[in-house]
Design a protein around this ligand. Sequence first.
Ligand code: PEP
Length: 254
Amino acid sequence: MTETEPIIIGTWKMQLGVPESIELAKKIKKGISKKGPEVVVCPSFVSLTRVADVLKKGSISLGAQDCFWEEHGAYTGEVSAHYLKEVGCKYVILGHSERRKHLQETDEMINKKIKTALRVGLTPIVCIGETLEQRQDGDTNSVLIVQASAAFKGVELNVDQQIIIAYEPVWAISPSPHDMQPEQTIETNQVIKQHLLDIFPQSIVKNNIRLIYGGSVDSTDAASFIALENTSGVLVGGASLKSEEFLAIIKSVS
Ligand code: PEP
């Protein structure tokens, strides 16, 4: 992998039950062509094993939407990164703004989860992004730096490990009325990239870390985001729930 290899990640949040997830996975698998970007789908926990069965022998990777920071133990309701590995996950989304907001996930929790995911052999997809208020106050860059610093505190990557960072401005995530234009992410991407270079060795940033964008992306703008210098993929929520639209996104960057 290099920082420029494109990746399209669909997250189905809590929008689809098991039969719908199976159906969607089948349609995406059927519609995908052999050549193209790396594609990942992240169903709900309860759909993971069934979707994994559908994706078997195909090119689409499986991801989860969260994991716990402890590997095993008496943690009612939590899901171990080991279980995610067992059912075939390669990726896990961590630090999503919806979890930060609704479940009070802190930077410290996210940092612990990242370390656990890496230890267990999952690639974390780490979400960072400012709220509308923070943006209006001119705090966007400092928020991104604080979130990234906290997320990667004490994280060391070896050459076999990868991280994906998803820049997701909270105010642009659907169903927000606000839209982010691709060019508007150029500065923030540079800020994140520079900060990564402050934290990790240059070769690791080049070969093991990809920066992607997420926030109301669809087939009309995915390619424009990915065409930007520091963006090598997109994290897609709403537009990944319909096979035709998700396949159109994939096709647009192929
Ligand atoms: C998300 O929540 O990560 C996301 C990108 O959602 P949407 O594409 O629906 O804005």
